[in-house]
Design a protein around this ligand. Structure first.
Ligand SMILES: [Cu+2]
Length: 124
């Protein structure tokens, strides 16, 4: 079935060309709107399929609580998240990362949103 779907998708531009010669302008606009709806549907699927997106960040480790799996980092602005620079506490995904999270150290790290929490998913 996926093959049949992709075959149909490839045929749409050809159909639109035919429509341009043989159909009214309103039919072409309608076809365009259908294409927009499909694009919007694809967009709405993105948050769930990319919920593990990691955002790169840089900051200085301020405090470590390995037992609780948390680290406090004074991070620089994270443009991809629209965050200003601030000091905040993150959950740490893998306790192995505490090897690299030393108080006072400047680290490059990755942040991902998990539920309502922001989690450090990687440290360089
Ligand atoms: Cu922050």
């Amino acid at each position: 079935m996926p093959f049949a779907l992709s075959a149909n998708m490839k045929m749409i531009p050809a159909a639109l060309v035919c429509a341009a010669f043989s159909m009214s302008l309103s039919s072409i606009v309608l076809a365009g709107q259908k294409a927009d709806d499909m694009a919007a549907m694809d967009m709405s699927k993105m948050p769930s399929s990319t919920s593990q997106t990691s955002y790169p960040a840089v900051g200085v480790v301020k405090a470590v609580d390995a037992a609780a799996g948390k680290v406090t980092i004074a991070h620089e602005a994270i443009k991809s998240l629209n965050w200003p620079a601030m000091t905040m506490t993150f959950m740490v995904k893998d306790k192995m990362m505490f090897d690299k999270l030393t108080v006072g150290k400047k680290v490059e790290f990755q942040v991902a949103k998990q539920g309502t929490d922001y989690v450090v998913t990687g440290v360089k």
